[in-house]
Design a binder for this molecule. Sequence first.
Ligand code: FAD
Length: 299
Amino acid sequence: MPTPVEDRASHQSGESLPKLELSFEFFPPKSDEAEARFWRTIRRLAPLEPRFVSVTYGAGGSTRERTLSMVTRVKADTGVNAAAHLTCVGASRAEVDAVIRSYRDAGINQIVALRGDPAEGIDRPFVPHPQGYQNAADLVAGIHRWGDFDISVAAYPEKHPQSANWDEEIDNLKRKLDAGANRAITQMFFDNADYWRLLERAQRAGIEAPIVPGIQPIHNFQQISRFAGKCGAKIPAWLADRFEGLEDDEETHALVAAGIAAEQVFELLDHGVREFHIFTMNRSALAYALARVLGRRGE
Ligand code: FAD
């Protein structure tokens, strides 16, 4: 759990940065062109020695084979630890267990365990498969039956849209961690105050596992806004203001995005955060720049 201000980073005085843990999230590419970009990005980010690179699991398990093949190849080709995302929505326990075994047999021992969203849409009520895992906490317990996995789960600085209130939200997070998850990784957020409040609530509930901030560099403001809206993350007015009118000005858009992401991580760093999970959207430029300002070198 990050400590307050006395643990401030010394980057402003020019001293070296503290030791940080970075992880990068990717999604499985769908076309040859997207796959080429995926590998270019992996090759650029792998030398930055991330703790792991993770590959998402498409809605309703739609990328089952591709997720497995990508994580396996990332590990084999780059030597970087690869984490596979896994959801339990719309699948029986037997089907999910088969995926867990295939990860294990491929030498993948890191899983990001999630409930997932209904295929009909993220805003539809979640109904577990009749023979399936009930939710992410149940899935975490299930994964442990198949081997010694390092497991991450999701956390929500602005509350999951389907949690009735914060007590329910934190109880659910605690259940996932108590079931044996090693850490939580947050949904994207742009107002650090939401993250601090989540940490305080978690601390009050006795949660000791790390809650790693998920950082979303804004490659394309329109796209990220749409995505944020779907997953219940708000876009503050100041953020929209900074990108207003930059739709056709790629270069300035990228500079503004880099500035905003750096501002966010440095404020977190100043308050003692030492672990960051960066959503790359399979693009290297902003993730790489962010890692550089955090003191990583890719030689
Ligand atoms: P849980 O923690 O199980 O539950 C979330 C909410 O649903 C809570 O409010 C809980 O009370 C409620 N709930 C749980 N079980 C039930 C139930 N049986 N009945 C009614 N309500 C219930 N999605 C993907 O499809 N693929 C990915 O690869 C992926 N990666 C992600 C990575 C990160 C870092 C994050 C933050 C999210 C990711 N997601 C991914 C999105 C995630 O699947 C959704 O946010 C989903 O809505 C909730 O998943 P969870 O694991 O947080 O669910």
